[in-house]
Design a protein around this ligand. Sequence first.
Ligand code: SF4
Length: 324
Amino acid sequence: MSKRGIQYFTLSEIEPRIWFMLTGCDFRCKGCFRPARDGGGTLLSSEETLRRAEQACLKYYGKIPTKAMITGGEPALDREYLLALVKGLKEKGFEEIVLMSNGYEIGREENYASDLVEAGLTEAHIDIKAFSGDIHKWYTGKSNKPVLNAVRMLNDTGIELLIQTVYMPGIVDVEEIERIAIFLASLNRNIKYRINPFAPAFAFEEVSRRPSIEEMEHAYELASKHLPNAIISRSCYREYPTPPPQETWITVYPDLSFKRRSMKDQEDDRISWLSRSKSKPREEILHELTFKRDDSEYRQKLEQVTRSFYPPSSNPGSNKKTRD
Ligand code: SF4
């Protein structure tokens, strides 16, 4: 029976919803900011993962929620494990089961996409890091052919899809973004496409800079020529027009110990990861961060721009209450 490393489960404090954080990844994205990339955690079978997740939910919510997000790292590395996890979630009554993946394994294996949907997957969020094969290979270490294939195959199943790209000036520029939008539109004009700004602060390698607000708007304009459901920003405003502030969340470790964590705790984890993986003293990482950190003014401006594209009254996704 296959096992995967579980770093922790996250329980939302906004609404009953659980996230599964699986460790390990087949990509080595230069701008990665996820400590789960490097493996570790507690090795669990899908059955044991589900049992502990259920215990965590019952202890905190007093019931099993209906929404689950499976993320990492890369959650699709082990097909047998992932299919059993999705099937188990469906059997426990989860109605929204969302997978967040780089798409590589799904696009390489025959029927992986359709098997996931048959098992109960309801939505997939796939990153297209770059459209040009050479840029993708340089940035991730792998070809993007399986990724594009995964998007095609998932789209063929009729599942809800959100595709994401990080805008990295000088690397993944507006030309790349428009090519991705054209590719997606050739499959299905209603695919949701989110453009996120590169955030150098916690990136493993500072390969680019943060795009300006004007550059983000331009990227949006180009993408939305082809896709009516293009969105920008790290927050998913279109799908969640009035997001309540989520300042803390509950982290449940595989041994079922709980901790209420904040953005500050998450930052501390990332600083420890960068320090460990780059073999640099923590103080040095902290010193570098003070020069690269995102400022709140930028976030506010980006949020305003996003809101101007989607006034709540005309919001096409306002019936959905998901936030990611
Ligand atoms: S796919 Fe995600 S977790 Fe894996 S290296 Fe890239 S950014 Fe990191």
